[in-house]
Design a protein around this ligand. Structure first.
Ligand code: KIV
Ligand code: NA
Length: 264
């Protein structure tokens, strides 16, 4: 297999080398990103907002995810590819296994990502014991935006921070091989990263995680609406899109992105 593996990503954590991840939705960007040194491409359901123009990620379907995953896989040959399970595609463990299998078999993903905590313990066990690698996603859960009442920082209070930390440990125990932490205080990002053996990727979780991820169009400054405050427009000051991506990779590798000012 010529693609980067989970073994390699785990080794990067152990050796303190930062993992650069970005979202990708099509073949052209997938090729460009891996050439710039991005190790992992996330086919995120953020495509609902930045590609489809939806108000949230909720309308995204399994067919949408499979289609974009195929495009990203065709455009790349080295990067590690993970794909989001869309809203309600993993409501039961059985549904989760069927839909994750589609993302892997039809889409070509190497890993699937699910939003949620301990409630997903059985689901994660079912997937991983069947050979489907899982990336957990804790903190701000965009598929729950209507319950949360907006996109806001999670884990600011002591009890909610502890709940997120416990969820991370429970999901690692259930077999999760990676964790994305979205919009939590940098202090909590650091604490969870140190407590877990699996790579922890920060999406607004501060500089001390094992890697960083941004929505590609936020990095390029072309997302409609206001970008999250933890993101940065890397095209600002770069003279081309490839150079902007390279600036991101370099900043992540050197631990220069995000700064604490860009964190919670
Ligand atoms: O869909 C997405 O882009 C994501 C990242 C923001 C983590 O889930
Ligand atoms: Na997502």
């Amino acid at each position: 297999m010529s693609r980067l593996t989970l073994t390699k990503l785990r080794k990067m954590k152990q050796q303190g080398e930062k993992i650069a991840m970005l979202t990708a939705y099509d073949a052209s960007f997938a090729a460009l990103l891996e050439t710039a040194g991005v190790e992992a491409l996330l086919v995120g359901d953020s495509l609902g907002m930045v590609v489809q123009g939806q108000e949230s990620t909720l309308p995204v379907t399994m067919d949408d995810m499979v289609y974009h995953c195929q495009n990203v896989v065709r455009g790349s040959h080295r990067a590690f590819i993970l794909a989001d399970m869309p809203f309600m595609s993993y409501a039961t463990p059985t549904q989760a296994v069927d839909n994750a299998a589609r993302l892997m078999r039809e889409g070509g993903a190497q890993m699937v990502k699910l939003e949620g905590g301990r409630l997903l313990r059985k689901t994660v066990e079912q997937l991983t014991t069947r050979g489907i690698p899982v990336c957990a996603h804790l903190g701000l859960l965009p598929q729950s935006v209507h319950r949360i009442g907006g996109y806001r920082v999670q884990g600011r209070q002591e009890n909610s921070a502890q709940e997120i930390h416990e969820d991370a440990v429970i999901l690692q125990q259930a077999g999760a091989d990676m964790l994305i932490l979205e919009c939590v205080p940098a202090r909590l990002g650091k604490e969870i990263t140190q407590a877990l053996e699996i790579p922890v990727i920060s999406c607004g979780a501060g500089p001390d995680c094992n890697g960083q991820v941004l929505v590609l169009y936020d990095l390029l400054g072309i997302s409609p609406g206001k970008p999250p405050s933890f993101s940065r427009n890397f095209l600002d000051g770069a003279d081309s899109i490839p150079n902007a991506i390279q600036a991101y990779v370099s900043a992540v590798k050197k631990g220069q992105f995000p700064t604490l000012e860009l964190s919670y």
